[in-house]
Design a protein around this ligand. Structure first.
Ligand code: ADP
Ligand code: MG
Length: 700
C-alpha cells in the first residue's frame, strides 16, 4: 500500500468531512486527494474583465459582473420556494435567483457588500437574471491581489446544494493545494520533461487550478494533457510488448484439410488482394507462439466475415475450437446461416448460441461444446457467460461496433488455460486517433479494397414532401425485380413514440403498395425472435418486396438482391450509422441507391451529415468526418463505457499530440521493453500500479 499524500482519502481534507466526502465519491468519483487534484476546471474566467450590468447582452454564456446586493427575500412556498436578491451597479440592476440551498445562501449573503458575480444570464420577462450565480466579495484595496483567473468546475445541482458549486469546489481545491507543496511527485521521466519542454507536475497542478496568468495556464494544461495521453499510450503499448514477450499463445503452425478443401471446393469467388494479405498477417501472428490481439478494419462490404471464417478454419485445422461473437441476435443468426452455407460438405460442426436459444438445445450445445464436439460456435454476448465452457478454445472473433470494452475481451481470455487468439472486427472503419485510443493495445490489419464489380451506391437526398416521387421510384425498382429496405430511426428500442413512427410509416407504405401485388415485411426490436426470423427469412428468400424496419437491420444483414435503401428521418442518424445502413445495399451487380429522407428543417450538423453521405462512399473518409462533426462530446457513450477515459485531451483536436506520445512510447519500449533502465523507473512504477489495479478488478 502506498500512504502518500495524494492517496489520502478525501474525507480527511479539512472542511470536507465524511458526509460531504461520500457525496464527492458518489457524484464525481473523487475518493482521494489525488482524484480531487485531477478534477480539472473545464474553463476559466478572467475576473479583471468583468462587464457592467447594462452591458449584459447575451444569454447562456458565462459572464462576470460586479455590484452590491440588496433586497434579499424568499418568494413562494414549499417546493416552489426560491430566494431572490437584486444586484446593482451604477448602470442598472439584475435579479439573482436560488432554488436550492436557500437557507445556506440566505445566511451567507451580505447586503451592501460589493460582490463579483459569475454566472449565465437568462432573459425573463424582458430583464436578465442569473440562477445560482457564484459570488465572491471584492477584496478591499491593499489586500493581496486576488486570483485574476477564476476556475470553473462542472458541478451538479445536488453538489451545488451541498456547497459544491464551482466556487465550493475551488475552495476545497485551495485547501488541498495549500498543503500540497512538495507532496505532488513528478510522474514523467526527466528525459521526457526536457525533450518536450514540459512544466513540472506540481507547478502544473497549481497553474491548472489557480493560474498565475493565461500563458502559465496554457503551459500547465499542455503538460497535464501530454501526461494523460502519454500514460494512456504507455499502458496500451506496454501491455502489448509484455504479451509479445511472455504472453504465451497457441501455435497454429499448419494449414490443413478444412482450410484447403474450403478454399478449393467451396469458395465461390476469388479473394481480393487485401483479404489475402490480412489472412496472411493473421496466420503469421497465430503461429508465433504468442497470443494474438488484432483489430481487423475494413469498410462495409469488404468481406470481413470471410476472413474471419478462414481464420477459424485454421484454428480447426490445428485441433482447436473457434467462436464468433456478434453484437445482435439478428447478426449472429445471419452469420450462422452464411457460414453454414459456406461450410457445406467440409465436415465442420458449427452451432448457434444466443439469448433466445431454447433451454434444452442450449444445454445440449454446452455439453457438446465442453466435449469438443462443436468446432465453431457462433453467438451473441451469451458466449461470454461463465457456463459456456470450451474443450479447447483457440480463437475468438468479435464482430462489433465499439460495443465491447477491454474488460469483455479479457473475459474471453479466461476461456482456456492459455488465452485464445483474439480477432476484433469493426463494423465500419474508425479514424486513426480513435483506433489509437480505443484499440491502442491491438495490432491492426486493414482491408482497403472492396470485392470487384461493385458499382458505387448512388445516394440521394429527398425531402418528406417528395414522398410520392420516391414511392414511384420504389415501384419501378420492384418491377425490375429488386427489393427495398425502408428504415426508421429508433433512439430507444423501448420507446413507444419511435415505434409509432415505424407503424405509421408501415401503414402509409401498405396503402401505397397494396397486396397482393406487393408484399411487405416488418421487423422491429419489440418482436419475438422467431417472428423476426420469419420475416427476415421471407425477405431474404425474395417473398417480400419491401422490408420496413428499425435499425435492427443495421449490422451485417446480407440480401444481395436488395438495391434500394430508404432511410427515414435520416437527419436523426449519426454518420457511421447511415454509412452502415447504406452498406446493406450495393452487394449485387446492379446499380443500387440510398435515399435519405429528411424534413425540410435541418440543423447545420444534420445538413453536414447528409451532404457528407451524398458526396462520398468511402468509409474511412466518413469516419473522419463523423469524428470531426460530433466532437468528443458525443463520444460520451464511449467515455461512459470506460472505453475512453480522457479528462483533458480531445481525440480530435489533440490528434497530433496523441500521435507524438504514441511514437515516443514506442521508441522508449523498443530500446527498453521492460522499462528496467533507471531513467524509466517512473514509467515502470506507473505500469505496475495499473496492472495491479486490473488484477484486483478481476479477482473481485
Ligand atoms: P463486411 O466486411 O461488411 O462484414 P461481408 O463479410 O458481409 O462484409 O461481405 C459482404 C459480401 O461480399 C458478402 O455477400 C460476401 O459473401 C461477399 N464477398 C466477400 N468477399 C468477396 C470477394 N472476394 N469477392 C466477391 N464477393 C465477396
Ligand atoms: Mg460484417
Amino acid at each position: 500500500m502506498d500512504y502518500s499524500y495524494l492517496s489520502t482519502p478525501i474525507e480527511y481534507l479539512r472542511t470536507v468531512g465524511p458526509a460531504r466526502a461520500t457525496l464527492l465519491q458518489r457524484e464525481l468519483g473523487i475518493h482521494t486527494f489525488g482524484d480531487l487534484l485531477e478534477y480539472y476546471p473545464f474553463r476559466y474566467l478572467d475576473r479583471t474583465r468583468f462587464i457592467t450590468i447594462n452591458q449584459i447582452a447575451e444569454t447562456n454564456n458565462y459572464i462576470v459582473t460586479k455590484g452590491v446586493i440588496t433586497d434579499i427575500k424568499t418568494v413562494g412556498e414549499g417546493r416552489k420556494m426560491r430566494l431572490t436578491a437584486i444586484l446593482r451597479d451604477v448602470t442598472g440592476s439584475l435579479e439573482l435567483v436560488w432554488f436550492q440551498g436557500i437557507k445556506w445562501v440566505k445566511e451567507s449573503l451580505r447586503t451592501n457588500v460589493e460582490y463579483l458575480v459569475l454566472g449565465r444570464p437568462t432573459l425573463f420577462n424582458g430583464s436578465y437574471n442569473i440562477a445560482h450565480p457564484d459570488l465572491e466579495p471584492v477584496k478591499p484595496e491593499g489586500e493581496a491581489v486576488a486570483q485574476s483567473f477564476i476556475p470553473i468546475y462542472s458541478s451538479t445541482e445536488k453538489l451545488k446544494s451541498r456547497g459544491f458549486s464551482t466556487k465550493g469546489i475551488s475552495k476545497i481545491m485551495s485547501v488541498l493545494l495549500g498543503d500540497a507543496h512538495g507532496n505532488i511527485p513528478e510522474t514523467l521521466p526527466k528525459h521526457i520533461i526536457s525533450r518536450f519542454g514540459l512544466m513540472g507536475r506540481e507547478e502544473a497542478m497549481f497553474n491548472i487550478h489557480f493560474p498565475k496568468d493565461a500563458e502559465t495556464n496554457a503551459k500547465a494544461v499542455r503538460r497535464l494533457k501530454f501526461e494523460e495521453v502519454f500514460m494512456m499510450q504507455l499502458e496500451y503499448l506496454y501491455a502489448k510488448t509484455e504479451r509479445r514477450e511472455k504472453g504465451r499463445g497457441f501455435v497454429f503452425n499448419h494449414i490443413g484439410n478444412y482450410f484447403n478443401s474450403f478454399y478449393k471446393n467451396n469458395l465461390p469467388f476469388e479473394l481480393t488482394g487485401a483479404q489475402k494479405r490480412v489472412v496472411r498477417e493473421i496466420y503469421t501472428d497465430m503461429r508465433t507462439g504468442k497470443q494474438m490481439n488484432r483489430l481487423l478494419q475494413g469498410d462495409v462490404g469488404s468481406g470481413k466475415t470471410l476472413v474471419a471464417l478462414l481464420c477459424m478454419l485454421i484454428a480447426c485445422d490445428n485441433g482447436f475450437q473457434a467462436c464468433l461473437m456478434a453484437p445482435t441476435e439478428i447478426l449472429a443468426t445471419q452469420h450462422f446461416a452464411n457460414i453454414m452455407k459456406f461450410l457445406q460438405n467440409i465436415g465442420i460442426e458449427a452451432e448457434l448460441l444466443t439469448g433466445s436459444t431454447k433451454p434444452a438445445s442450449k444445454r445440449k450445445i454446452k455439453e457438446r461444446l465442453q466435449k469438443g464436439e462443436i468446432q465453431i460456435l457462433i453467438g451473441t454476448h451469451a458466449l461470454i457467460e461463465k457456463d459456456v465452457v470450451f474443450a479447447n478454445l483457440g480463437l475468438v472473433v468479435i464482430d462489433e461496433q465499439h460495443r465491447f470494452g477491454v474488460e469483455q475481451r479479457a473475459k474471453m481470455w479466461a476461456k482456456n488455460t492459455i488465452p485464445p487468439h483474439i480477432l476484433v472486427m469493426t463494423a465500419t472503419p474508425i479514424p486513426r486517433t480513435l483506433a489509437m485510443t480505443v484499440y491502442g493495445d491491438l495490432d491492426c490489419s486493414i482491408i482497403d479494397e472492396l470485392p470487384p464489380g461493385r458499382k458505387p451506391i448512388r445516394t440521394l437526398h429527398q425531402y418528406d414532401g417528395d414522398r410520392l416521387k420516391v414511392f414511384g421510384f420504389m415501384k419501378r425498382q420492384i418491377s425490375a425485380g429488386h427489393q427495398i429496405y425502408v428504415v426508421y430511426p429508433l433512439i430507444n428500442e423501448s420507446e413507444k413514440l419511435d415505434l409509432k413512427d415505424l407503424m405509421d410509416g408501415y401503414e402509409s407504405i401498405s396503402r401505397a403498395f397494396p397486396q397482393p401485388q406487393y408484399q411487405i415485411s416488418i421487423v422491429h426490436g419489440q418482436m419475438k425472435a422467431d417472428a423476426k426470423d420469419y420475416e427476415m427469412e421471407r425477405f431474404k428468400k425474395g417473398q417480400t418486396h419491401i422490408m420496413v424496419s428499425t435499425t435492427v437491420i443495421e449490422v451485417g444483414v446480407d440480401v444481395p438482391n436488395a438495391s434500394v435503401m430508404v432511410i427515414e428521418n435520416a437527419e436523426r442518424f449519426g454518420l457511421s450509422q447511415l454509412h452502415q445502413l447504406r452498406g446493406r445495399v450495393g452487394r449485387g451487380a446492379e446499380q443500387s441507391y440510398c435515399i435519405l429522407m429528411t424534413s425540410d428543417k435541418l440543423t447545420t450538423d444534420g445538413r453536414a451529415r447528409i451532404k457528407t453521405m451524398v458526396e462520398t462512399t468511402d468509409g474511412f473518409k466518413i469516419a473522419e468526418a463523423d469524428l470531426k462533426l460530433r466532437g468528443p462530446g458525443d463520444l460520451q457513450g464511449l467515455q461512459q463505457s470506460g472505453v475512453i477515459d480522457l479528462k483533458l485531451a480531445d481525440i480530435v483536436q489533440d490528434e497530433n499530440m496523441i500521435r507524438v506520445a504514441r511514437d515516443t512510447v514506442n521508441e522508449i519500449l523498443s530500446s527498453d521493453p521492460r522499462l528496467l533502465s533507471p531513467e524509466n523507473s517512473l514509467l515502470k512504477r506507473y505500469v505496475q500500479k495499473k496492472s495491479a489495479k486490473i488484477n484486483w478488478g478481476r479477482i473481485s
